[in-house]
Design a protein around this ligand. Sequence first.
Ligand SMILES: Nc1ncnc2c1ncn2[C@@H]1O[C@H](COP(=O)(O)OP(=O)(O)OP(=O)(O)O)[C@@H](O)[C@H]1O
Length: 268
Amino acid sequence: MVNAEKERHGGALVLEGVTRRYGHRRGAVQALRGVDVALARGSFTAVMGPSGSGKSTLLQCAVGLDRPTAGSVRIAEKELTRMGRRALTRLRRERVGFVFQSFNLLPALTAEQNVALPLRLAGGATRRARDSAREALARVGLAHRAHRRPAELSGGQQQRVALARALVTEPEVICADEPTGALDPATAEEVLALLRQSVDELGATVLMVTHDPAAAAHADRVLFLANGLLVDEYRGTAEEARSARAGAVTDIARRMRTLTRTGTEVAV
Ligand SMILES: Nc1ncnc2c1ncn2[C@@H]1O[C@H](COP(=O)(O)OP(=O)(O)OP(=O)(O)O)[C@@H](O)[C@H]1O
């Protein structure tokens, strides 16, 4: 089987003909216009595109936070578009890890309690959840900060806690929405290296929206969206992605500039 076929059949996440329209008639906006994409297990995919091109909509439809108007979304062979609300909530809790630009940690809980939360919500025993949380915190280099609250941690440390929380359930897909948007470049590099490590060492599957070519260069594949369509794709080798080499950053930035010159929001 060729690669694309393999990804479609064994993919951790498969989107087929995904369309999302907001509003009705004249005021309607076609945010996605039939997107086909399959993410192989243990891969790191970035999504880029001009403002309004549909990146957030794609991410939200991919992980069951929004429902496509048409098309199919499957995570680990499970069709999301036909699921009821409760099943979808459970699938998100068990199969998806989330990392957001604003960290989204609960301020009253310690780092360890924040990381243990998804396991506790899924009904896991306190001690086991705590042990798994400690392990996940150690993985992101924060075992020694387990009892700090978010306000007592730097931005980069908070994002590492969020990453530990995303990893703790060993999800099928990690959905990262501008995970380095609020971080300085050096701290952003640390977080991206950890995301890369999760892919390489734990076999995580990462889907990340970013505006930053330097962040996207850590992915082995970059999808470019314009007007709700996938219009370009960059693929690097895993070796290149591991070092996020300057040539890749330049190539990705050049493709983005081309899109920004031509991509505009379209109302239908
Ligand atoms: N809830 C909504 N109701 C109506 N229109 C929406 C809604 N959400 C998004 N849109 C529209 O859908 C299109 C795609 O939006 P989306 O947020 O996915 O783009 P984006 O690429 O993530 O943009 P940005 O980079 O600015 O965050 C835009 O035209 C946007 O205005």
